[in-house]
Design a protein around this ligand. Structure first.
Ligand code: NBP
Length: 472
């Protein structure tokens, strides 16, 4: 019997689509799923008539693969991934390669790489972005591990990946857990942009009194601009235009205002804090989800504290693309990317990942959820200066800030006067204002710390460490 080129473990929504993608690209495949009825259903359904066979257990699965074996796991992150590794490891041989394509915590991947490197087979931790459609048509993939292991699957991945004008949306990210780290940060940026777009919608609805169809038109127009053309703006337009088939009203207005925040968004913020990266826009989006989940408390508080008194105010018009709101959305989106790249820059130094920012921007340009035209500018910025400390000071991004800061400031101030929360917009404004201030008030913080705890302080007029007896 001819052996298959590629093996997939885990027939969830991602696994199903990825194996169909591999097969379409000429890689005969074998699939295994813990619950065999799903394997049967797949082989009789979407997998029927394709060069894909099924395996009833992992021994049979491994036996059906040509050597060296290339096996992609697409199972739930955490204990499920460890369970599959433990179950399949005894059957793997010299040169085989196991790839974890799930959303694993990067430190779990570091542990697994260290553990499995002592065995004879290779291990790759790979972030995959693009949802079901991306998985089928071409995702963005972020593989990390040893370069030798990556080279063993490079031809497979470059064929499966989304293709943009300057190449496939996959590249070798770096050693250890770097692939999953980059995917985590990608998701943190995604959290930020989703909240930013939701804040824009909320202002247009509540401050400007616009209908969902009108707001959708604004997003449609924004999607034609260099600054905002992106997948997330595109789907926001679709979500706002979609009607409830039951009564023809705006479907989005019937959806519960609660969003979850566990997993990659949380890990992004925790990593940022551990690395000392300033990520207020991304953190604000996470906190926005936390606050949204407190629905019952918010309903109670509204009856006790009174709901904000929203004032209808002019915030642009359809013809100018709601200019101040667009300014706020553009600068906050830039801040979200800038903060994500800052986490990557610091992680690269701390964990010796040797990340290539230009390549990372390139592979995010297609297939993934945060794909956008802006990534061309990000790619250019790091191409011009690989050591760029922060995107905000790249000349093109700096000019955006100069043009749009007044609009962002106006939006935050009107939102505050109307009692409308805009956590990402206001955090972005503070972020930019802090970043462009050479002297912040932390001199007083240092004085207080020395006053109560003799922590000492540095001076701006002479070097050394100083202490003052502040209290007699
Ligand atoms: P799920 O995250 O829902 O995982 C489903 C798969 O995990 C099924 O095949 C299930 O087998 C298997 N599984 C579980 Br649960 N526990 C297992 C165990 N102990 N041993 C073996 N298999 C086990 O599927 P998904 O949404 O396709 O996501 C797969 C991975 O990709 C996840 O890590 C996810 O975070 C990541 N991801 C998802 C997306 C997305 O848009 N959904 C995007 C990017 C990355 P069963 O059928 O027997 O229960």
């Amino acid at each position: 019997m001819t052996k298959a080129h590629f093996g997939l473990v885990g027939l969830g929504v991602m696994g199903e689509n990825l194996v169909l993608n591999a097969e379409r690209n000429g890689f005969s495949s074998v699939v295994y799923n813990r619950t065999y009825s799903k394997t049967e259903a797949f082989l009789n359904g979407r997998g029927a008539g394709k060069n894909i066979s099924g395996a009833i257990d992992l021994r049979d699965f491994v036996a059906q693969l040509e050597r060296p074996r290339r096996i992609l796991m697409m199972v739930k992150a955490g204990t499920a991934t460890d369970a599959v590794i433990n179950q399949i490891s005894p059957f793997l041989e010299e040169g085989d390669l196991l790839i974890d394509g799930g959303n694993s915590l990067f430190s779990d991947t570091e542990r697994r790489v260290a553990d499995l490197e002592s065995k004879s087979f290779g291990y790759i931790g790979m972030g995959v972005s693009g949802g079901a459609k991306g998985a089928l048509e071409g995702p963005s993939m972020m593989p990390g591990g040893t370069k030798v292991s990556y080279q063993a699957i490079e031809s497979l991945l470059t064929k499966m990946a989304a293709q943009v004008e300057d190449g496939p949306c996959v590249t070798y990210i770096g050693p250890g857990g770097s692939g999953h780290f980059v995917k985590t940060v990608h998701n943190g940026i995604e959290y930020g942009i989703e909240q930013i777009l939701a804040e824009g919608y909320d202002l247009m609805k509540r401050v400007c009194g616009m209908t969902c169809d009108e707001i959708s038109t604004v997003f449609e127009n924004w999607n034609k601009t260099e600054e905002l053309s992106s997948y997330l703006v595109e789907i926001t337009e679709i979500c706002l235009r979609t009607k409830d088939p039951e009564d023809g009203s705006d479907l989005v207005e019937k959806i519960m205002d609660k969003a979850g925040q566990k997993g990659t968004g949380l890990w992004t913020v925790v990593s940022a804090l551990q690395l000392g990266a300033s990520v207020p826009t991304i953190y604000a989006s996470l906190n926005g989800r936390v606050m949204s989940s407190m629905k019952q408390q918010r309903e109670l508080a509204e009856t006790i504290l009174g709901k904000p008194n929203v004032k209808t105010t002019d915030l642009g018009s359809l013809s100018d693309g709601m200019a101040p709101i667009m300014d706020a959305v553009v600068l906050s989106t830039i801040a979200s990317y800038a903060q994500g790249m800052e986490i990557l820059r610091l992680a690269s130094l701390e964990y010796n990942y040797n990340l290539n920012m230009t390549s990372i921007a390139q592979i995010w340009k297609g297939g993934c959820i945060i794909r956008s035209t802006l990534l061309n500018r990000i790619q250019d910025a790091y191409h011009q200066n690989p050591e760029l400390p922060n995107l905000l000071i790249d000349p093109w991004f700096a000019s955006q800030i100069q043009q749009r800061l007044a609009g962002l400031t106006k939006v935050v101030s009107i939102a505050a006067q109307s009692g409308i929360p805009v956590p990402c917009f206001s955090s972005t404004l503070d972020y930019i204002n802090s970043y462009r201030t050479s002297r912040l008030p932390q001199n007083l913080v240092q004085a207080m710390r020395d006053c109560f705890g003799s922590h000492t302080y540095e001076r701006i007029d002479k070097s050394g460490s100083f202490h003052t007896e502040w209290v007699d």
